[in-house]
Design a protein around this ligand. Structure first.
Ligand code: PRP
Length: 216
């Protein structure tokens, strides 16, 4: 095959492993894509839909924008929490309205969300920048403690007074005797696009973004 006859390169789409993946399938399908490769059993991190020329990369949610920013993926699906936590040079044209949850300050019921008796409020979180910004805007002095997961344990064990974390169903809070204390912001999943890809592959990407934006 000569260059001019060869098929266009596959579009590379970075998708997050985990909860949002279940909600993503119907949205991809509605946009005319075939999500089946994403749900096929196996440990392969690259899943290809040859018919539609799409190559999916399965990534940790936090890593999706990195792949897209560096152009190793053209598009990505990522929670707004990830984009609020770190700055990326990305275009975020479509809110998918899936993966809906809230970023919240949580703790034991009745726990004040400020330092008491001259003590600084101790806050455990994975979202250091979101938490810092929230408490700075409120004028509350905090000591931030970074933890990667099982953050609900922090108020239960004396590591911190409160946590900043995502709340979806509230089940994890309830199961651990904690309550939402203060909302920070609403979160949902968005499509991010590499800026160069958007220019070079506009003919393929623009209609796809339009179809992804349409909510059935
Ligand atoms: C998130 C979050 C909470 C939980 C909230 O963790 O950190 O722990 O979900 O969801 P719920 O309100 O529906 O109970 P996730 O399960 O995504 O795992 P992670 O700790 O690895 O981020």
């Amino acid at each position: 095959m000569t260059q001019s006859q060869s098929a266009p390169r596959e579009l590379v789409v970075a998708v997050p492993k985990g909860r949002v993946l279940d909600q993503l399938g119907p949205r991809l399908e509605a946009a005319g894509l075939d999500p089946a490769p994403l749900y096929a059993k196996g440990r392969e991190l690259i899943r290809v839909d040859r018919e539609r020329g799409i190559r999916y990369l399965l990534l940790k949610p936090d890593d999706v924008p990195t792949w897209v920013e560096y152009g190793a993926a053209d598009l990505g699906i990522v929670g707004r929490d990830v984009l609020l936590e770190r700055e990326y040079d990305l275009y975020a044209p479509v809110d998918l309205g899936i993966g809906r949850c809230r970023m919240m300050v949580c703790g034991k019921p009745g726990q004040p969300v400020r330092g008491e008796g001259g003590r600084t409020l101790r806050v455990a979180t994975k979202f250091m920048n979101i938490a810092a910004r929230h408490f700075r805007e409120k004028g509350v002095a905090v000591e931030l403690i970074y933890v990667q997961g099982s953050v609900e344990l922090a108020p239960l064990t004396g590591l911190a007074d409160v946590i900043v974390d995502l709340v979806e169903t509230g089940e994890t809070l309830r199961a651990n005797g904690l309550s939402p204390l203060e909302p920070i912001c609403e979160i949902s999943s968005v499509v991010v696009a590499n800026r160069a890809s958007l220019k070079l592959e506009r003919e393929r990407i623009a209609p796809l973004l339009e179809r992804l934006a349409a909510r059935g």
